[in-house]
Write a protein that binds this ligand. Structure first.
Ligand SMILES: [Zn+2]
Length: 208
């Protein structure tokens, strides 16, 4: 799965959804007390599985790094770890599954939010989007790599204590999106679908 995450980020880079050092992904198996997250400041188009950071969930509010590989020992976890930690500690506990959280900066999603569009509202005109992807209300301008960004994303996704969420993807104004699913490519597809619709909406010139 870590290899697949590397492929997803390489593809996101090719699509201009991130510049070299942007974007972050985490993955957790429901029955494990740890998750893996991409390292900070590493070029994502050449990311390798042995560069991931292994993070133990110590308590609902505490995490700690665990040794994974010699290479990753010299790296730091993504600065967006509060976002990933809050989701990964709760998600999927009631389900025999894996959870993957993907954060990138897709051009048309960010452009649509910049133009004043709440991404949750584009769903109603495009049934092919709403059939497969539940889109949350935008998170307003919040500082990157902040607890505020994490809290607002969790709130708009309707993250509950039992690990359920009401949406598959949420946009952060002036920044990017966060998508969640049971595999890297499934999470990626939520982004791809929403990005495609945002491109169509912006091409139409009808933004209100
Ligand atoms: Zn970002």
């Amino acid at each position: 799965m870590l290899e697949t995450i590397c492929e997803v980020l390489e593809d996101a880079y090719k699509r201009n959804w991130i510049t070299s050092r942007d974007g972050n992904v985490s993955i957790r198996h429901h029955d494990r007390d740890h998750f893996y997250i991409t390292p900070s400041g590493v070029r994502k188009q050449t990311l390798q599985p042995d560069q991931f950071k292994k993070i133990k969930i110590v308590s609902p509010t505490m995490w700690e790094e665990q040794f994974y590989t010699d290479i990753s020992a010299n790296l730091k976890p993504s600065g967006e770890i509060p976002l990933h930690f809050g989701l990964q500690r709760a998600l999927g506990q009631h389900n025999n599954d894996v959870r993957v959280v993907v954060h990138v900066h897709p051009t048309y999603c960010v452009a649509a939010m910049h133009a004043g569009i709440d991404l949750s509202t584009v769903v109603k005109d495009f049934p092919e989007l709403s059939r497969y992807t539940r889109v949350a209300k935008n998170v307003p301008d919040v500082p990157p790599i902040s607890q505020e960004l994490a809290d607002q994303c969790h709130k708009n996704l309707w993250l509950q204590k039992d690990g359920t969420i009401a949406f598959d993807i949420v946009g952060i104004k002036g920044h990017g999106v966060v998508a969640i699913d049971t595999s890297p490519w499934r999470a990626y597809e939520h982004i791809e679908r929403l990005e495609h619709i945002c491109k169509i909406v912006l091409a139409s010139g009808i933004t209100k």
